[in-house]
Design a protein around this ligand. Structure first.
Ligand SMILES: [Zn+2]
Length: 66
C-alpha cells in the first residue's frame, strides 16, 4: 500500500520542483512556515512536501510531518 521507495519518475519530477502526483509546479503551491529553513508545501491534490530553503529542494513530507 504505502510505498516508501521513490520511483525514478517521482525523483525526476521532484528534482524539477513538481508534484509527483499531479505534475503541478510546487513553487505555485501553498508554502507555510514549518521550522527553521523548512517550509511545508501542500499541493492541491493533497500531497504534502517539505521545501528546504537552503538547498531550494523539495522532498516528500514524512508521515510525522504531514
Ligand atoms: Zn499535486
Amino acid at each position: 500500500m504505502f510505498k516508501n521507495i521513490v520511483s525514478p519518475i517521482q525523483a525526476w519530477l521532484l528534482s524539477q520542483g513538481k508534484c509527483v502526483g499531479c505534475g503541478k509546479l510546487l513553487s505555485k503551491a501553498d508554502h507555510q512556515y514549518f521550522q527553521s529553513d523548512l517550509e511545508k508545501v501542500s499541493c492541491k491534490c493533497g500531497r504534502v512536501y517539505i521545501y528546504d530553503i537552503k538547498t531550494k529542494k523539495y522532498r516528500r513530507a514524512m508521515l510525522n510531518e504531514a
